[in-house]
Design a binder for this molecule. Structure first.
Ligand SMILES: Nc1ncnc2c1ncn2[C@@H]1O[C@H](COP(=O)(O)OP(=O)(O)OP(=O)(O)O)[C@@H](O)[C@H]1O
Ligand SMILES: [Mg+2]
Length: 339
């Protein structure tokens, strides 16, 4: 595992939402560490708490319905949960930037690309507007947007989806953040554009030494790009380890199921992703025991009775399964695609 200094340390994070149906335990006791310049992948089915984890780090959970019930989020040694709004604004964009799936929701349709880039840059750097313009043009050049001076004058709707996502990456990286959180940044794009943009984003991050937390449904993406993979299930950790260990020394039946259901590289049919039997758990009344037990081929009485806490089975390789070391998961992983 990486020996680089710790950048972000999340301890026992719980983020809940009050709804008419009850309290949604969207993130329910997650802990993890991201090191400087690490590529940290987060995967899990829809509703597993990936975005809520990211939004909690950014302190973008909207009260009063949403709140961080417990936990600590140490960024460079300081707990972000104790920051006031003004200090948090300096962190957002300047230290930790986030890119969302749909750039149309993040870009303001009534301002030009240039206006928005310049605003982001002047918010975090002490530069004059004309210098900010130059920095913005350079940022667009970095993400390989042709005629950047011209594109600065465009409104978001004048750009293609791929170009908008490049603008988001340019904005995200324009203030040299130490951590870039990319939440399904390319799932709205076609497969070829997806791959190009991810490749570009991760190369730019590498050049700058920026750590990346890449959230995606696609295990193929994290396999290609990430050092570490964190698999989430029902708002909790299922398994985390180096990419090699996750693929070759899988410990959790859920991870094995994801690997088995993974789309083969030669048959791009996204609807087949995660065709694991059963449905994700209710986060309102999840019940005791392991949340995956009802879908798990290996479940025993203990799984239904006792919550499996994450255990470090090998160095840096964690699994939240009572029987992590006892199972033969090869049958579940059988359909695993060649990487
Ligand atoms: N504002 C909210 N109010 C109520 N429940 C919410 C809110 N935001 C998220 N949730 C719930 O929290 C759970 C986790 O949501 P989250 O968006 O983190 O999932 P996700 O893993 O990012 O899924 P996806 O892959 O679909 O993006 C879901 O059950 C979701 O319905
Ligand atoms: Mg999400």
């Amino acid at each position: 595992m990486t020996a680089k200094p710790v950048l972000l340390q999340v301890n026992n994070l719980r983020t809940y939402f009050s709804t008419e149906e009850g309290i949604v335990r969207a993130v329910d006791g997650i802990s993890f560490t991201i090191h400087e310049s690490e590529r940290f992948g987060v995967v899990g089915e829809s509703g597993s708490g990936k975005s809520v984890t990211a939004l909690s780090i950014m302190r973008l959970i909207e009260p009063p319905a949403g709140n961080i019930a417990t936990g600590e989020i140490f960024y460079k040694g300081r707990n972000l949960l104790e920051f006031d709004d003004e200090n948090m604004r300096k962190i957002r964009g300047g230290e930790i930037a986030m890119i969302f799936q749909d750039p149309m929701t993040a870009l303001n349709p009534v301002y030009t690309v240039g206006n928005q880039l310049i605003e982001t840059i002047t918010l975090h750097q002490k530069v004059k507007p004309d210098e900010a313009f130059e920095i913005g043009v350079d940022a667009l050049k970095d993400v390989q947007i042709p005629n950047p001076e011209q594109r600065m004058k465009d409104y978001p709707h004048q750009l293609s989806g791929g170009m908008r996502q490049r603008v988001m990456i340019a904005m995200g990286l324009s203030c040299n953040p130490s951590l870039l959180i990319a939440d399904e940044p390319t799932t709205a794009l076609d497969v070829t554009t997806q791959a190009q943009i991810l490749d570009l984003m991760l190369h730019l991050a590498d050049d700058r030494g920026t750590a990346v937390m890449l959230i995606t449904h696609d295990l193929g993406v994290v396999a290609g790009f990430c050092d570490t993979i964190q698999v989430m299930y029902g708002g909790r950790l299922a398994e985390r380890g180096s990419t090699g260990e996750i693929f070759d020394k899988t410990l959790h039946p859920y991870t094995a199921g994801l690997l088995g259901a993974m789309t083969r590289l030669d048959e791009v049919r996204p609807e087949r992703l995660y065709s694991i039997k059963g449905a994700p758990p209710s986060l309102i009344n999840p019940g005791g025991g392991c949340r995956f037990a009802v879908r798990c081929d290996f479940a025993q009485d203990r799984c239904r009775a006792e919550v499996p806490l994450p255990r470090e089975i090998a160095e840096g390789h964690w699994a939240a399964c009572h029987f992590a070391t006892d199972l033969d998961l090869s049958r579940v992983k059988r359909k695993e695609a060649a990487r």
